[in-house]
Design a protein around this ligand. Structure first.
Ligand SMILES: [Zn+2]
Length: 357
């Protein structure tokens, strides 16, 4: 990362050139004066979260763009990847291994089924499927290459890009020479692209607007940029400041619905599809809201203790409430009442399609 930003066309600095991440972000330690996303001064400081010990970060709500955010430290993602400190980082390794097994057997159908069990990957695969065979595809934040593997096995032209040298090398070893480090000249040489996508990344970058503008510039007119974003409206408990499943310093921005439609309507035709929770989960959420359940602040976990089971904070549920919830869920299922409960947005189900004008 350069200046804490993902610069697609600039090579990342060598490790020895990188300043200490905490020193680099010293200027950001104080209270934010302006929105990191849109630059507005219309900020409300709404509290501080500390999921991992030593990362007690202030949460801001911007009254101009609607984002909820903490500061960003570009130096921590390498640490997250290396240590697998958050459970979903270790999941990525296991997904890559299972995809490799399908890839080795030339099992395109099996690979698709494996990936499509996750809605964020299905969203991308469904939009790649109707493209002509010679379409140019770019994946940003390809990690270990398992999603790009489907296009590779189907014989498509795809380039996967990542900021992590280790991830790019491993992706290449698993799925062939279709991967490049940020700054590689092949990224620009491959433009204009018909389709660019990224998954689970926009909430982790320093400047989501700049990243999106950079990617739109690499598309042909009529080409599409696809991604999923964390939905601010998935904070449903009273007083809830953050999504417990993906804490800072990894995830640092939550977006309100229509954010990308408002920001990019001049450059792109924007569509947002909002994924909602299944009936049973919606009923559980409705029950917790009716009971006035207050969000329990995370207890900071030491980062050194992570890696085995991963560290994602779970809201504590007292035994009596757990019993009430189980009974309510059963009654909801048996009577069909749960189907009548309004569905809630899922945490990462803001599915965005920007078609370049
Ligand atoms: Zn803002």
């Amino acid at each position: 990362m350069q200046s804490g930003r993902l610069r697609l066309l600039e090579p990342p600095p060598l490790a020895s050139d990188q300043p200490d991440s905490m020193a680099m972000c010293a200027a950001e330690r104080g209270p934010a004066a302006r929105c990191r996303i849109c630059g507005s001064a219309l900020l409300a400081r709404i509290g501080t979260v500390e999921y991992l010990a030593g990362y007690a970060w202030e949460v801001n709500r911007c009254n101009a763009c609607g984002c909820q955010f903490t500061r960003h430290d570009g130096g921590v993602h390498g640490l997250m990847h290396e240590t697998g400190v958050l459970s979903y980082y270790s999941d990525y390794r296991s997904i890559a291994a299972r995809c490799r097994s399908c890839f080795e057997r030339n099992d395109l159908e099996g690979l698709r089924d494996l990936l499509a069990s996750s809605s964020k990957y299905k969203f991308v695969l469904d939009r790649i499927a109707p493209l002509p065979a010679d379409a140019r595809i770019l994946e940003i934040g390809c990690s270990r290459g398992y999603l790009a593997a489907h296009s590779i096995l189907a014989g498509r032209k795809v380039l996967g890009v990542d900021v992590s040298r280790e991830a790019v090398m491993e992706a290449g070893a698993l799925f062939g020479d279709h991967f490049a480090l940020v700054g590689d000249p092949r990224i620009e040489a491959g433009a204009p692209y018909d389709l660019i996508y990224h998954v689970g990344m926009i909430g982790c970058v320093a400047d989501p607007i700049e990243l999106t503008n950079d990617l739109l510039a690499l598309l042909r007119p009529g080409g599409a940029l696809l991604f999923n974003a964390p939905n601010r409206d998935a904070l449903y408990l009273d007083g809830q400041l953050w999504l417990d499943s993906a804490p800072p310093p990894d995830l640092v921005t939550l977006f309100p619905p229509r954010f990308f439609m408002r920001q990019f309507s001049a450059k792109a035709a924007a569509i947002e599809n909002i994924e909602t929770t299944p009936a049973e989960q919606s009923m559980l959420i409705a029950l917790r809201r009716a009971l006035g359940v207050v969000w329990a602040r995370p207890v900071a976990q030491p980062i050194q203790a992570a890696g085995d089971n991963g560290l994602t904070w779970r809201q504590p549920t007292p035994p009596m409430r757990r019993l009430v919830e189980r009974v309510a869920a059963k009654i909801g299922r048996m009577t069909g009442l749960d189907a009548l409960v309004p569905r809630r947005p899922t945490e990462f189900g803001l599915f965005v399609t920007l078609t370049r004008k």
